[in-house]
Design a protein around this ligand. Sequence first.
Ligand code: BG6
Length: 518
Amino acid sequence: MNQAIQSELIPAQGAVYYLFGATGDLAKRKLFPALFSLYKEGKLTENFAVVGLARRSRANEQFRQDVYESIVEFCRYKVDDTELWNRFAEHFEYMPLDINNVDAFRELNKLTDELNRKFDIPDNRLFYLALAPSLFGPVSFNLRDSGMLEAKGWTRVIIEKPFGYDLPSAQELNNELSQVFKEEEIFRIDHYLGKEMVQNIQVIRFANAFFEPLWNNNYIANVQITLSETVGVEDRGGYYDKSGALRDMTQNHMLQMLTMIAMEPPSSLNGEHIRDEKVKVLRSLRPYATSEEVRANVIRGQYTSGVVKGTELPAYREEDSVNPESTTETYLAAKVAVDNFRWAGVPFYIRTGKRLPVKTTEVVIEFKSMPQNVLFAQRHDLSPNLLVIRVNPMEGIYIKVNAKTPGADNEVQPVAMEFCQSCQIGLNTPEAYERLIHDAVRGDSTYFTRWDEVAQAWEFVDRIAAAWKESQDDLHMYPAGSWGPEAADKLLAADGFHWWPVNGQEEDNVIWVSNSGK
Ligand code: BG6
């Protein structure tokens, strides 16, 4: 059954949402706006309540005002209906909470009983831990010890990334959580899995006869995944300096996108079946056997001062809360091998970096070139066919094919045929967090990461981190506003490939046929 249809059949049920970290940035930028969009679209039933929890005290009215301001600033919907807003806001309560005090959780239990009665909620409980990972354990234990988990209905917990710092710390975190919650109650967020176009990868692959039969090492030359950002580390220098692009982006978002591209067709669209296939891909990633192999296949870089979109910007080492001698990578490019029957011999090139010239996430599938045939005997520069999936901020797909230049003898012209989803007027694509919160409320964990996926991804990444720890002399510096270290280009050049231009860098000689008006 089609996933969309299947999703519609599982209705959202009334629940109390407990938002730990309710005064934080994530709640403000993503969670309140997501809840409002869901409410406006009728995807939340009326029998729900949101309890904002954080250390500082705040009156309910002030909390609702904060929620209002965050929605005005960050929500894709305008708050233009006062009656709707008032009805929505009525469901929000604030309670100051010292997370080390179990008695405070008992108070929360009492508040829950009141809210269940007031809104006729069937005692379902969703805990959203928008907190530092070191607090997941203490919060979980106090939830258990205070009786908060003895609900009559279901209990679920949403955990924000990062899920650990390496495999041992992730394991420890998971051990703590699993003393309190069952695996099926734990929803680990990777917000890239909530993005429309990442979910669309499955549809593009499994619903198109002209892609899936070619989706293997007979026809695909290489796969490229780019996740470039123009931002630096903003006010997260303290966190980022300990994480870097390897832990912040690669262990999760990059490898998750790779699994969506490389996985085998699942036996059904059941979430467990999909995640079974994804974890098989992660198990097939060829580990780099030695530090030399890491150096040969993984390029790391750090930005120096430079200009992005006309603005002069400082070097990474000059950012707030960053060690002035930091060797943390703000850029990573890697050649990854997926050692299975389907992909043997097809390199997956991945790259991500901060302070690059454009913000874009794109996947390029480069098909193998045609043997030069009679018709094109004079031509040796035929461009390969590409399938490009644009994930964000532009959303859409295009295929690049070769066609005859009208009027010329055997002249070939690359033509890009594009469906630009985000250019469609009136299409207001849901934010990743909307989709994910809605899924969690419906108990659908397809687009959340299961523990075995997280563990496999850390295992792969930890080898890179270990090699990097030995010496830092392979850290390449790149100016802010550039496309990163040259070494990343050489990585592909050594195999006879190059990075294909991403959004904003289109090649001149291509004819575009697009609904974007290009
Ligand atoms: C987060 C990372 O998970 O993803 C950030 O911690 C990064 O460093 C962000 O900027 C990128 O997400 P998006 O949705 O803006 O591409």
